[in-house]
Design a protein around this ligand. Structure first.
Ligand code: UD1
Ligand code: CA
Length: 476
């Protein structure tokens, strides 16, 4: 199929996109509405809206909602699309009947299905331009997948003809029609006037007792209108998600495409089939990703990074040359060039790790800024803290940021040495170059260059063990 330029998203009264998203998704056996099930980390409907937004601007996108309408509306309304409600879901034809007023001002509409998420804007555009150039009343996007079972089948007027006689749903196929491999993708272009003229002629005379939009093909054809099919080169992008197994298969297809895109741009991903990378993740060339890594949401990774196995990175920005050792869990944080993390570091939201800083094993940070070259290498909690450049935070150090009611800040200057196992009771400030003795409980500010000790003085009793033994023997 040839591709053409989009119109750059200019609004016009010529074309609206209608996305059918009111169905329950009974076959998923899920309480969540089908179109809110996610693949590639994003709801099905959001994928379809993103594709549609490349053809027209969001106010010209009409989403038909019904089952759990409020939940669906809330999930996607930030995109700026319009909604119409289909209170009772009486089929795809009924969905379009419910959008009647919304589509009337437009010369043409494109109909997309909320559960066919891999559709590419280029393909929608190709349907639209074919529809326009042929001046058809209805253009159906079709495909020929290996296994057409479950889909509506395309009956052409004669073999090889672009004209369609009818769409026949799976349950109504005659024995001869069973062998038709060409399926209906559920994606169509319509000239609005003939569509509206015939919309009330749909009947519920079928296996599900629903109003099928697919019957419009036969109705228009019988009325002497032109009904055409255009076949997608790749069936993969028009496959629907009616069951969890189909949904998971689409997720795998999408993630493979994402991994391939990154690899084509110079990123090494070992065993990409084991990695979970969301569609919008960006990674710069020469970064290496080991097996079983998850890169989620709005994550950006620089070049020359090394992301080791079992790390899960969500909504994070990493600079260049960052080493993420095995098993790091990171959310909503930033990491500057050359920093080293893990193994088993946990960056909670609001962590800002500075250039060349080290956050080692079993170190947890939250809403904490770690300065350039600072180190916290072992078993530490840093919450609501600011740590200056070149400071060393010893093993087992804890910022006590919570007094049971409020959170407080710990400020540590540059070049500070915090001895192991110190507890820093916030709010507290430790100025530049200070030393904190190991095992101290620090409750008061420490001035620059000072040594602070807050622990019991050691007492040593020489010969105590032998004396005790003698005492015990006498007692026995
Ligand atoms: C539909 C087509 C079938 C096609 C397939 C492609 C019909 C009758 N059949 O079947 O020919 O091969 O898509 O994927 O159209 N929806 C509503 N309101 C409703 C019913 C459905 O908005 O009352 C929405 C659903 O949320 C879904 C879309 O329409 O996003 C398609 O509905 P679905 O029930 O999945 O149709 P299929 O059985 O897959
Ligand atoms: Ca479907």
């Amino acid at each position: 199929m040839s591709t053409t330029q989009t119109n750059g998203g200019q609004p016009n009264g010529k074309l609206a996109v209608v996305i059918m998203a009111a169905g329950k998704g009974t076959r998923l056996k899920s309480r969540r509405p089908k179109v809110l099930h996610a693949i590639g980390g994003k709801p099905l409907l959001s994928h379809v809206i993103a594709a549609a937004s490349r053809i027209v601007t969001p106010p010209d996108i009409i989403v038909v909602i019904g089952h759990q309408a409020e939940r669906v509306r809330e999930a996607v309304q930030a995109s700026g699309v319009r909604f119409v409600e289909q209170i009772e879901q009486r089929g795809t034809g009924h969905a379009i009947q419910c959008a009647r007023e919304a589509i009337a001002p437009y010369e043409n509409i494109l109909v997309l299905s909320g559960d066919v998420p891999l559709i590419r804007p280029e393909t929608i555009e190709a349907v639209w331009s074919f529809h326009q150039s042929e001046q058809a009343a209805m253009t159906i996007l079709t495909a020929a997948p290996e296994n057409p079972t479950g889909y509506g089948r395309i009956v052409r007027t004669s073999p090889g003809s672009p004209e369609v006689q009818a769409i026949v749903e799976q349950k109504a196929l005659t024995p001869e029609q069973q062998s038709i491999r060409e399926i209906n993708s559920g994606i169509y272009a319509f000239k609005t006037a003939p569509l509206l003229r015939h919309l009330d002629m749909l009947t519920t005379d079928n296996a599900h007792g629903e109003l099928y939009l697919t019957d419009m093909a036969g109705l228009l054809r019988t009325a002497g209108e032109q009904v055409l099919a255009v076949q997608a080169a790749e069936a993969a992008e028009v496959l629907g998600a009616n069951t969890i197994a189909e949904l998971v298969a689409l997720d795998a297809t999408l993630r493979a495409a994402t991994a391939n895109r990154l690899m084509a741009s110079g990123v090494t991903i070992f065993r990409p089939d084991t990695c979970v990378i969301d569609a919008e993740v960006e990674v710069a060339p020469d970064t290496i990703i080991e097996p079983f890594v998850q890169l989620l949401g709005n994550t950006r990774i620089g070049s020359d990074c090394f992301i080791r196995s079992y790390s899960v990175i969500e909504n994070c920005t990493l600079g260049d040359g960052v080493l993420v050792n095995q098993g790091c869990i990171m959310n909503d944080s930033t990491v500057a060039d050359g920093a080293k993390l893990g193994p088993y570091a946990r960056l909670r939201p609001g962590s800002e790790i500075g250039e060349d800083a080290h956050i080692g094993n079993f170190v947890e940070t939250k809403k904490t800024r770690v300065g350039k070259g600072a180190k916290a290498n072992h078993l530490t909690y840093l919450g609501d803290a600011e740590i200056g450049a070149g400071t060393n935070v010893g093993a087992g150090v804890i910022t006590c940021n919570y007094d049971g009611v409020h959170k407080h800040k710990t400020t540590i200057g540059e070049g500070v040495f915090v001895g192991s196992d110190a507890t820093l009771v916030a709010p507290v400030t430790i100025a530049d170059g200070a030393y904190i003795g190991a095992g101290s409980c620090i409750t008061k500010d420490v001035p620059a260059g000072a040594l602070a000790l807050g622990r019991a003085r050691q007492e040593t009793k020489e010969g105590w063990v032998a004396e005790r033994r003698t005492r015990q023997k006498k007692q026995d």
